[in-house]
Design a protein around this ligand. Sequence first.
Ligand code: NDP
Length: 448
Amino acid sequence: MSYVDEVYDLVVAKNPAQPEFHQAVKEVLESLRVVIEANEEQYRKDALLERLVTPERQLLFRVPWVDDKGQVQVNNGFRVQFNSAIGPYKGGLRLHPSVNLGIIKFLGFEQIFKNSLTGLPIGGGKGGSDFDPKGKSDREVMAFCQSFMTELHKYIGADTDVPAGDIGTGGREIGYMYGQYKRLTGLYEGVLTGKGLTYGGSLARTEATGYGLLYLTEEMLKCNGKDIAGKTVAISGSGNVAIYAAQKAQQLGAKVVTVSDSTGWVYDPEGIDVDLLKEVKEVKRARLTEYAAARKSAEYHEKKNGEHGVWNVKCDVALPCATQNELDLEDAKALVANGCFAVAEGANMPTTMEATEYLQANGVLFCPGKAANAGGVATSALEMSQNSERLSWTFEEVDSKLKSIMVNIFHNLDDAAKKYGMAGNYVAGANIAGFLKVAEAMTAQGIV
Ligand code: NDP
């Protein structure tokens, strides 16, 4: 049996009931096959793949907090410190009821390669909790965040592990966590990114993942003889990534016609009104029904079981920006049938493997999340640099660094795909380019 297959079987056997983690490992290992096989003897002797798929450390902890009725609530807390070969662990904290160890491990594993692709010195990690900030008062969110950080602070630090936002963790949550970290340690250091501008945050961090997604998409289209200007774009999600993806797409001359949340989706043929969307989602923290009520041209569709309406709309470019496995084979077929020619993932692993294969087989340009959404973590690393320097760069400085990082990422993965005889396969290119740097650093550092 080949080394790749052996290690995948081992992952399934050792990590039961973690389908998302299995899926992420399978996708990466499959596309690394050619690279691994070229160096199989050495990698096998060093157990390089076994070490790569096993987190350096997994922290699971209790998060007790008191709700507004005086009732004690208990959530599960997670931090997976996956790989520190090329820098301190770096990756967000997801707060969502669906969070479990397998999901955090899939995200942490992906993060290793994503962080490597940015070209910056950051290792891979991820964390979070099954706490749901939705519908909670500010005081309840603060109580949870303080309790979460009371345990987590023992394991993180500006040079060891630097968490950031993710689903459910925005500026408010990062603020409460940062305050508690400072109170417990007495340290004013860059231990979290996505901080507010008054206490060490970076300009353009809020916009970075969505803007970066569009910078990369623009470059991918340009290198394939196409232009984003004038194109129709379908976006899913209406959170941080989706909002700023929509904003940048429109600044680049495209028309964004959809957004969604977990209960429904909006089709707005005149183009999404980003200011209104920001008001509804960022200020009022309301549902998309409020967007539709305030905008004549918008149609609201309730999400029915198993139906992902956004992908049935005619578009040239699709940008899934909500959550994992939200674009399946049926959706991929609908996109191809409607003439969509490019998909770039704003979310982490939003496209199922079958859907990815179908899109690629039908000539759709497909860029995986670990490359396309790396602008967020790249700008987080820029925030770390500013914190270390005790300086703040201008919006334009950060944005132009972000743009050149995203353009470089695209060329790195494009070159890697070509070098290994898979031109145009950006999934393989991203995995190979991300892997080679980490593998070299792991090998150089000996058996640790
Ligand atoms: P937000 O919490 O700001 O927004 C998430 C959006 O996705 C919301 O519209 C939410 O709807 C929707 N959503 C979440 N879970 C589900 C679900 N199970 N089914 C359907 N819709 C869902 O998160 P972000 O925008 O920050 O993150 C979105 C994706 O991008 C995630 O995959 C994240 O890991 C990834 N990402 C984020 C980065 C960042 O910098 N923020 C960086 C790189 C990747 P609702 O409000 O109804 O829950």
